[in-house]
Design a binder for this molecule. Structure first.
Ligand code: GLY
Ligand code: MN
Ligand code: MN
Length: 362
């Protein structure tokens, strides 16, 4: 049985527990996870006794290649997705249809309700996402590949950094290098933020020339084809002030405390707290405004979150980012981010770009 088949069977068992007869999977990465299909505009209708993929003729060949054996409902010109869904639902006489409430638009929900007035639409949250939290061996291998591509690209960037380059040029070069190392795409919009721009956690690369600044925050990651990586380093290109050194060391200490807390059975909010405590104690608590990290996989941000209120218990196979930061408006910011796999007896840091202060000086 293939991996996608096993995943669908697990989801079927979850459906039974929550009393739904079927789940309409509309979120693209969830469809990919459950079927292997990587195209767009295709939904999976998963029932207790089977499933059907609803798609259109642009994808007939691709579906045959990526999901052999899966039942297909290919609509023809003029038939809408919702009409095709209505036909599939009526043909098996479903009375209650689960939908992915976290991502479905209200307009799609309304269209389905209009076409299927006798069917009860049951909102569900995070079912496939819950399964996706724990990665299997192949997923971990792909995540490692995405990490490798990002790290190699960063190595080239560091070796060829020139002071006259702009943030945007560096971001473009980094993304180009990742592609040269095999990445299909960038994992997300890269951040290259020099000096006080680094005070914006998600700064958009600008035309600022990096040579004018003493440090640059770089947040980048690859998409190897399906899975993503997500790293952040601050590189020093100028003078190290006492303030920079202090903040850098606090963030690095916060990150290493949090990483040390990662093991099966640890609760996400406690891992977040391990870092937050260090930053608060140093007097920068209000300058660390985001969660400590997030799961990473088919999406750059997925469950579980490492954040103050999250009670999820870590399990072997989960992969999370650990990315504490301190951001001071008008001065700049420091964030250090690594990707960490929860193992059976602790954790493994998948990312290995050097991060001690003396190692980030260019
Ligand atoms: N690169 C986005 C993030 O660190 O979450
Ligand atoms: Mn990042
Ligand atoms: Mn991240």
């Amino acid at each position: 049985m293939d991996r996608q088949h096993t995943r669908r069977d697990k989801l079927r068992r979850m459906l039974k527990k929550v009393g739904a007869e079927a789940l309409l999977v509309t979120k693209a990465t969830n469809v990919t996870y459950l079927t292997g299909f990587t195209g767009e505009d295709s939904y999976l209708l998963l029932r207790g006794d089977g499933e059907v993929m609803l798609s259109d003729s642009r994808y007939t060949t691709q579906l045959g290649q990526q999901c052999p054996g899966l039942d297909l409902h290919i609509r023809t010109g003029g038939v809408t997705m919702v009409e095709s869904l209505a036909k599939a639902v009526k043909s098996v006489g479903l009375g209650r249809l689960g939908v992915e409430a976290d991502s479905m638009t209200i307009s799609l929900r309304d269209k389905i309700a209009e076409k299927l007035p006798k069917v009860e639409i049951v909102p569900s949250c995070g079912m496939v996402e819950q399964l996706r939290q724990v990665k299997d061996r192949e997923e971990i291998a792909r995540l490692r590949r995405a990490v490798r591509q990002a790290e190699r690209a960063f190595g080239v960037l560091k070796a060829t950094l020139l002071p006259e380059k702009t943030e945007k040029q560096l971001a473009d070069e980094l993304e180009h290098q990742m592609r040269l190392f095999g990445s299909r795409n960038r994992g997300f919009q890269s951040v290259v933020a020099a000096g006080d721009h680094a005070a914006l956690p998600h700064a958009v690369p600008s035309d600022r020339v990096i040579g004018q600044c003493d440090f640059i925050l770089i947040d980048w990651g690859a998409d190897e084809g399906l899975y993503r990586s997500d790293l952040t380093r601050v590189v020093v290109t100028g003078r190290i002030s006492a303030k920079f050194e202090r903040i850098y060391k606090v963030v690095l200490d916060a990150q290493s405390r949090a990483i040390a807390a990662i093991r099966p059975g640890a609760v996400c909010r406690d891992v977040d707290r391990a870092a937050r405590r260090v930053i608060a104690k140093a007097g920068f608590g209000r300058y660390f405004g985001h969660g400590l990290g997030h799961g990473i996989g088919l999406d750059v941000h997925e469950a579980p979150r490492l954040a103050e209120k999250v009670q999820t218990v870590l399990k072997p196979g989960m992969v999370v980012t650990v990315e504490p930061g301190i951001y001071l408006p008008g001065w700049g910011g420091v964030r250090i981010e690594d990707d960490v796999l929860v193992t059976r007896d602790g954790h493994e840091v998948l990312t290995g770009v050097p991060k001690n202060l003396e190692e980030v000086i260019i």
